[in-house]
Design a protein around this ligand. Sequence first.
Ligand code: ATP
Ligand code: MG
Length: 230
Amino acid sequence: MAKVITVAQQKGGAGKTTVAAHLAVALSQKGNRVAIVDIDPQGSMSYWHNIREQALGEGYTGVSFTSVSGWRVASEISRLKKGADYIVIDSPPHTETEARTAIRGADLVVIPVQPSPTDLWATKATLELAKAERVPVKVVMNRVPANSRLAVTIAAELPELSEVTLGNRVLFASSLMEGRCATEIDPSSVAAKEIKSLVAEIVALLNPEEEEEVAEEPKAKKKKKALADA
Ligand SMILES: Nc1ncnc2c1ncn2[C@@H]1O[C@H](COP(=O)(O)OP(=O)(O)OP(=O)(O)O)[C@@H](O)[C@H]1O
Ligand SMILES: [Mg+2]
């Protein structure tokens, strides 16, 4: 059954669509089956996926895409769960009802926050929604300029903050214009590295049992070696 990641933030323009597309593509590049669900009537993600289909060919985008709204959101998510490893939901700003539906069915809520006071204040509403639905949260500082003291001040106010910060990087925007993502256009770019780190953090959080297996492996090897040496 798929893990559901909802990208939410009541504040408009915080980077929800940008982050959602990048997470989805990076997860798919790791070999996961990824379904993107756009529940924002603005349809930004639909535009992106249309361009992606034109660039890569229908059925070759590496991700599945559905646009859905209102009462159909919950049933669509449960339908997609069977055929995917991850579902990434892009949600609209300013609407509590839609955000709540998307958060309710999620395993994790990713909240992008730009280093501005209004983004910080708007984040409280999204955090409360997630808390009310008892869904874990990762807050991600987005579009952070280099050496921003304001970003440091704002980060200090934020709970559940990701270890990863996404910089203010043209590639995050320009790659979407081509229906692609930073990890595809330039895998060695700083933007791509930031997204890969964020994905690693999220995957570890959502799959703690795999983490334990990896952590145990060296111990088991050590034990084997000790037995062989004896
Ligand atoms: N890390 C970043 N670096 C540079 N530009 C960025 C970054 N993140 C987002 N942007 C730009 O900021 C703008 C808003 O981003 P985006 O559309 O992803 O936000 P949103 O939260 O989905 O907006 P809305 O609330 O309208 O749905 C876009 O022009 C996008 O290209
Ligand atoms: Mg958006």
